[in-house]
Design a protein around this ligand. Structure first.
Ligand code: DGL
Length: 277
């Protein structure tokens, strides 16, 4: 591994395994970098928790990744990006680690959504926490005030993914139910944002129930392209990112359970280590 000076891996954090969808796309776009993936599986899901709890858990994870050497951390979790990112960037980072950076997944998505919608009606599928934060509505309207944004919270989808129940009849019932709710609220939606990093795993099932003219946007590729652009514009941070193409996986839960779930997301075998937050 060619770690020049104090160059270290990029940290990728999610409440569980959902962030692996983001990691996968980032590695396709930026295969040369090293990564540390941290999933707080022991405390997932985050989506139904309060602002204070999500902020506290996310801050602990960021501190841990910094203590492991990371100079740049990506919150590969919409719920953490919605509820904790701004406070960490504005209040904690200046005191804790002014030279380090934390980025999220909502901004890259909301900056780009206007390229996909013709009807100017966009649907957001996300956790309760992300929906309640209104982050998508606020951010999309900042860049594209002419877009009508309609949200649907899907609290059961993360447990369906985490428990590998999404292909069952019961699982599909709940997938269809939320899609139907959303399109009932706004039938003119032509672009659907999967605003939770777990949801790309459901893509096959979603396509069964989403009208075929609707574009379904997964965030991975958008976030990966924006990260590449960010690194090209911030050479101070880029130089601190080690390049060896390696990933270390950590989970706050049982590593073997993580490895099994990660296999579904990454279609490859990974080894994980346990870590306490
Ligand atoms: N994957 C996370 C997200 O993108 C949330 C999952 C959870 O509820 O913990 O929002």
């Amino acid at each position: 591994m060619s770690t020049k000076g104090s160059a270290t891996p990029i940290g990728i954090f999610d409440s569980g395994v959902g962030g692996l969808t983001i990691l996968k796309s980032i590695r396709q776009e930026l295969p040369q970098y090293d990564f540390i993936y941290l999933g707080d599986n022991a405390r997932a899901p985050y989506g139904t928790r309060s602002f204070e709890v999500i902020y506290q858990y996310t801050l602990e994870a960021v501190e841990k990744l910094f203590s492991m050497g990371c100079h740049l951390v990506i919150l590969a979790c919409n719920t953490a990006s919605a509820k904790a990112l701004r406070t960490i960037q504005q209040n904690d980072l200046p005191k804790m680690a002014p030279d380090k950076r934390v980025l999220g997944v909502i901004r890259p998505t909301t900056e780009n959504v206007h390229q996909f919608t013709k009807s100017k009606h966009v649907g957001i599928l996300a956790t309760q926490g992300t929906v309640k934060s209104e982050s998508y509505v606020i951010e999309i309207n900042k860049f594209s005030p002419d877009i009508r944004v309609t949200q649907e919270a899907c609290p059961i989808w993360v447990p369906l993914v985490e428990n590998n129940e999404y292909q069952t009849e019961g699982g599909k019932y709940f997938i269809k139910q939320h899609i139907d709710h959303l399109f009932k609220k706004d039938p003119l939606i032509d672009t659907l944002v999967l605003g939770c990093t777990h949801y790309p795993i459901l893509i096959k099932e979603l396509k069964e129930f989403v009208p075929s003219h609707v574009t379904i946007l997964s965030q991975g590729e958008i976030v990966a392209r924006q990260l590449k652009d960010y690194l090209s514009r911030h050479s101070d941070i880029e130089l601190k990112c080690s390049k060896g193409g390696k990933v270390d996986y950590y989970t706050t839960e049982d590593p073997s359970a993580f490895e099994e779930k990660a296999g579904i997301f990454l279609e490859e075998k990974v080894r994980a280590k346990h870590l306490e937050l």
